[in-house]
Design a protein around this ligand. Structure first.
Ligand code: SF4
Length: 482
């Protein structure tokens, strides 16, 4: 094979990229490159010094944060000979960025233990500690720009300690471990539903979990609260619009002011206020404050106001529960699982929300569904299937319940993969050593991997301290080979 010097394409690339890497900030490399340098630890690691002269050992650089806040989460660092500490790392070009970007006042940055910058100029903040990279790189910056340009994902050395035993498994063995972990997760969810059902009945447990699922991870609790007060705000509400107006009112999400810019939104708001005006005193003791909702990082399509509209349509249908029961009794092929359940939860059209992401957004050119296939998969694996399964387990006739539970399990294991997310992305790279989403063949495999993260990674740290999972995998593989 030709060396790089002989390969004219490599020479072109080298010239262009090296120049580009430095063009953004004159002699200062772009922040993205500093992040890559930190992630791949292209540093003189055995002689790192902070700006105030302390020696620094990076036991783990942490994981790229994908949800805002500091650039790297969960790094493990040792300053001087002190005990290693775990915390976050923020990367900026200059130390002044710490205050200029408001990190000093932002609670999301309170766990930052190291501020990585390009060059220490002027007054340096000492808390958190500062590491200037300019004179501590392991190669010239232009060379690093080239080397790191296409480095996606986690460097080999930063994979978890279980990555090697997991990669020694064959496909069937790996699937077996993931399936076993997925079943644990599934049964835990089902048992939590049983606990709720004992208190408030099966239907209430289903609605609570549907609402929770509509809250995604940021708004689970306000959604749960709304579901708990459902018997009150549903009383005498007839149409989907009336339920929507009540839900918006009780949730604290009905805007007080008209937009004055979107005519259709203002028409909707006037109608909603006409309903809520009459009701609000009656529900004042169960009305939530708007401040309990989180909007940061939400896609407009997932705004809780839109999710409440979807719930209002489900609540208008008298027979959602019986449709779910019929669905599990029907003979449905693996290929039609998703579409057949989607038909039950799909809302044909909402006069306002099919055409708007939020009250402030302009009318859409094409109507957009209130529930996409990806969200349907989340509802299926997190709510509908566990609910059917645990109801089956509690059914009176033992033969019938086993058959029902067996069918629910079959559907769970056959369910197509859900949308990828940041937890899965990191877990695939860290545990399975691959960025490829397709390595997880269905929703159950994804759920299994998330359960392993919860059971092991969340009880350890970035360097896998005291994690028993690698040894368990090795032992399991050895016993399977006997
Ligand atoms: S903490 Fe355990 S399960 Fe997580 S990556 Fe490390 S070895 Fe694997």
């Amino acid at each position: 094979m030709n060396s790089r010097a002989e390969n004219f394409y490599a020479v072109w690339r080298e010239r262009c990229r090296a120049v580009n890497a430095l063009r953004d900030g004159g002699s200062v490399p772009p922040e993205k490159l500093l992040q890559a340098v930190w992630q791949h630890q292209r540093l003189q690691r055995d002689r790192l010094k902070t700006a105030d002269g302390r020696s620094l050992r990076v036991l783990h650089p942490g994981f790229v944060s994908v949800e805002g806040g500091p650039d790297f989460r969960g790094a493990v660092l040792q300053f001087e000979n002190d005990k290693p500490v775990s915390g976050d790392v923020e990367i900026d070009l200059q130390s002044s960025g710490w205050r200029a970007h408001g990190h000093d006042k932002n609670p999301n940055f309170k766990n930052v233990i190291l501020h990585v910058i390009w060059e220490a100029l002027g007054k340096i903040e000492t808390v958190p500690f500062v590491l200037a990279l300019k004179y501590q790189l392991d190669a010239p910056v232009a060379e690093l720009a080239l080397a790191l340009e296409n480095e996606a994902g986690l460097p080999e050395a930063l994979r978890g300690q279980c990555s090697s035993p997991l990669r020694e498994l064959n496909e069937v063995q790996l699937a077996e471990i993931l399936r076993a972990a997925a079943k644990v997760r599934f049964e835990n969810k089902a048992k939590a539903m049983l606990a709720r059902a004992k208190h408030s009945g099966w239907e209430a447990a289903l609605w609570e979990n549907l609402f929770r699922a509509l809250g995604y991870k940021h708004n689970v609790w306000p959604m749960q609260n709304l579901a708990e007060t459902k018997p009150r705000w549903m009383r005498n509400a007839a149409s989907a619009f009336e339920i929507q107006a009540r839900l918006l009112g009780v949730s604290g999400l009905l805007p007080e002011d008209l937009t004055r810019a979107q005519k259709s939104s203002d028409t909707f708001l006037r109608r909603a206020w006409d309903c809520w005006w009459r009701d609000r005193d009656e529900f004042s003791d169960c009305t939530l404050l708007r401040t309990v909702w989180k909007f940061h990082g939400l896609r407009p399509a997932n705004h809780p106001q839109r999710r409440l509209a979807l719930a209002a349509h489900w609540l208008t249908s008298d027979d959602l529960v019986s449709q779910i029961e019929d669905w599990i009794a029907d003979d449905i092929s693996d290929q039609k699982l998703l579409s057949s359940l989607h038909k039950i939860f799909h809302v044909e059209r909402d006069d306002f929300w099919s055409w708007h992401w939020t009250f402030k957004s302009a009318r859409l050119v094409k109507p957009q569904p209130l529930l996409g296939a990806a969200r349907m998969t989340d509802l299926a694996v997190n709510v509908v299937l566990p609910w059917l399964w645990i109801r089956g387990a509690c059914a009176r006739s033992p033969g019938g319940s086993e058959k029902l539970q067996g069918e629910v399990e079959r559907r769970f294991l056959a369910w197509p993969a859900a949308e990828d997310n940041s937890v899965l992305k990191l877990a695939r790279q860290r545990l399975l050593g691959t960025a490829r989403a397709r390595v997880l063949k269905g929703a159950a495999a994804q759920q299994g991997l998330m359960q392993i993260v919860r059971d092991f990674c969340e009880h350890s740290n970035a360097v896998c301290a005291d994690c028993r999972f690698p040894e368990l995998v090795r032992g399991w593989r050895a016993s399977a080979a006997i």
